[in-house]
Ligand binder design. Structure first.
Ligand code: PRP
Ligand code: MG
Length: 179
């Protein structure tokens, strides 16, 4: 797996330090409230696990699985709900946890959905942001790292379902991509 990586962009140490900082910021931001923290599966599962351990206010958690990339490095443009939330978001303070915002299509779809279900507030924390990929106008309230215009893998991010378990974020060697 390591042999498929051309370049490490963000090391494990850098990731862990940033997540602790985000946890501190969110703990201050949500003091006195109990947000419903929503993990956008699959990509965000590793970030979610580390982030909630760095948050000191009480949180409730739920999981939603959506997918638009499949085995491609480009969004299909169609966001598919694979698993919906188990709990109601009505009147809740929602914190959406994403691994990456690229085109912005996944999040704009999710935010619209949660608005229609009458959440009290909706904020987004994303570990990575790739502003160069954007096709819809969308910003996260909290962002870990801004990335260059390259398809990245690791720390939850996949290419064709592989590489999610790398503890760092890197760029694959070009010969690995089939498209
Ligand atoms: O801003 P966008 O262009 O919509 O891209 C971001 C989304 O794409 C990826 O999910 P993917 O569809 O690959 O599903 P996965 O999390 O199961 O890998 C990633 O985890 C984000 O959820
Ligand atoms: Mg993916």
């Amino acid at each position: 797996m390591q042999n498929d990586i051309q370049e490490v962009l963000i090391t494990e140490e850098e990731l862990q330090q940033k997540i602790k900082e985000l946890g501190r910021t969110l703990s201050e931001e949500y003091a006195g409230r109990t947000p419903l923290v929503i993990c956008v599966l699959k990509g965000a599962f590793i970030f979610m696990a580390d982030l909630v351990k760095a948050i000191t206010v009480p949180v409730e958690m739920d999981f939603m699985a959506v997918s638009s990339y499949g085995a491609s490095t480009k969004s299909s443009g169609v966001v598919k709900i694979i698993k919906d939330l188990d709990v109601s978001v009505e009147g809740r303070d929602i914190l959406i946890v994403e691994d990456i915002i690229d085109s912005g299509l996944t999040l704009s779809y999710l935010i619209e959905l949660l608005r229609n279900r009458n959440a009290a507030s909706i904020d987004v924390v994303t570990l990575f942001d790739k502003p160069s990929g954007r096709t819809v106008n969308l910003e996260a309230r909290y962002t870990g790292f801004v990335l260059p215009d390259e398809f990245v893998v690791g720390y939850g991010l996949d290419y064709a379902e592989r590489y999610r378990n790398l503890p760092y974020v890197g760029v694959l060697k070009p010969e690995i991509y089939s498209n």
